[in-house]
Design a protein around this ligand. Structure first.
Ligand SMILES: *Cc1c(COP(=O)(O)O)cnc(C)c1O
Length: 405
């Protein structure tokens, strides 16, 4: 048997799975069918309350909406966070439906002129990814007779150690190399645009508090140095995020209380008085709130191996198949929803797609499984449906239920 990651504590330790107080079949009946994503917003509220309590009072908390952009998820989170960060014109439209434009910032390389124009018209902040993008934004502002709200995304000269996805310390399509930032800031300020400050994002999916603490301190110091060199204070500094969640065996959750205490010290020591600091988190806020439910269609044997075939798969939950941002395939936590305890036998849980990549559990230990049972794949609240190749092979779309909203 191969190990799997830890089931999130609020779902673990029961005989049958319950989500927001109801069993899986209840939610499937409510949605109409499997495959189904259920997102428990009660869980999200509890996590955000814990995060607020842990972080310094002067720190803003933003939600990076690409982790889960479901409209009801956005509506539930909007009143609980100080800003939304996003990275496409489509996400901008969704964000503006529930959040004031002044609290929305738009990063991402390759913003088209029509996306820049929408942001400038509506008054969202642009996190500029290059000098070329800055000049296009200034020209569009001029044409519209509107002062664009402009921040610069910095490609830092360090990365977030131990992060699953490194976003700094190297040549990058993201942001402007730190050495060229002061000149760009001077150009933006001289143009008369509304100068908003810096966006510095060094990586994602880090579990080590020590690594996050070190990166945050380096980020605060970098923003201060860049503002000094540019001769322009930064009204706002987005310190990035990168808080991970435990997906795999041996992973431990981030000690957010330790991170918050250290960040309070960093800001007291190195923070600039007139600067509003923020962090932006996606998966840490929503990842553990979601469960993907998929029904067993077939159970079969091949050369001594037992396969459980389900009606969902990597077209809805790509990350659980190991094909989204991991080098080595490891098992996400999964369970039989109606039978979470019992004697374990080795099975491989495979999706319905006609490709060997579609494997949700590789040689995992699960209680006895029959056709008609429901398999729960945990950690499906972030980078699930919208980060999966939904059109591949033409199976039906997954349903989504936002509960406890
Ligand atoms: C993806 C992304 C995030 C969110 O990352 P998580 O790992 O989900 O917290 C935050 N900021 C930027 C710039 C991103 O690209």
């Amino acid at each position: 048997m191969k190990p799997m990651g830890p089931i999130p504590p609020h779902f673990a330790g029961r005989e049958t799975l319950t989500i927001a107080g109801q069993d899986a079949e209840h939610w499937i009946a409510e949605a109409g069918d499997t495959p189904l994503f259920v997102y428990d917003m009660g869980e999200v509220r509890a996590r955000l309350a814990r995060l607020r309590a842990a972080m310094p009072a002067r720190l803003d908390i933003h939600y990076a909406i690409k982790a889960n952009p479901h409209p009801q998820v956005l509506a539930a989170i909007a009143p609980l966070v100080d800003g939304f960060d996003l990275a496409s014109g489509g996400e901008l439209v969704k964000a503006l439906a529930v959040k004031d434009a002044a609290l929305v910032s738009f990063a991402g390389p390759g913003k088209r002129d029509d996306e820049l124009e929408l942001a400038i018209r509506e008054g969202a902040t642009l996190n500029l990814e290059s000098e070329g993008e800055a000049r296009r934004a200034l020209a569009i502002g001029e044409r519209l007779g509107k002062r664009p709200r402009l921040a610069v995304r910095v490609n830092p000269d360090f990365d977030l150690k131990g992060s699953g996805m490194k976003m700094g310390g190297r040549a990058s399509p993201f942001g402007v190399d730190a050495a060229r930032v002061p000149a760009l800031v001077r150009e933006i300020v001289a143009s008369g645009a509304d100068w908003r400050g810096f966006h510095i994002y060094a990586g994602s999916q880090a579990l080590s508090a020590a690594a996050i603490i070190e990166t945050q301190a380096a980020t605060v110091a970098l923003a201060r140095r860049l503002a000094d060199e540019a001769g322009a204070a930064a009204p706002h500094v987005n310190l990035g995020g990168g808080f991970g969640i435990p997906y795999f065996t041996g992973d431990e959750p981030v000690d957010v209380e330790a991170v918050g205490a250290a960040l309070a010290e960093t800001l007291d020591r190195d923070g600039v008085g007139e600067t509003q600091y923020a962090i932006e988190l996606g998966r840490w806020i929503v990842g553990e709130c979601g469960v993907y439910l998929t029904r067993v269609v077939d159970v079969k044997e091949s050369q001594g191996e037992r396969f459980v075939v389900v009606d969902g798969g990597m077209h809805h939950q790509l990350a659980a198949s190991g094909n989204f941002g991991t080098v080595v395939r490891r098992n996400y936590p999964i369970a039989v929803a109606g039978r979470m305890t019992g004697e374990l036998a080795e099975v491989s849980v495979v999706g319905s797609l006609c490709t060997p990549l579609d494997r949700l559990g590789d040689k995992v230990g699960l209680p006895p499984i029959e056709v008609g049972d429901v398999i729960a794949v945990f950690l499906a609240g972030a980078y699930g449906l919208t980060a999966s190749p939904g059109l591949f092979l033409g199976h039906p779309a997954a349903r989504e239920l936002v509960v406890n909203a």
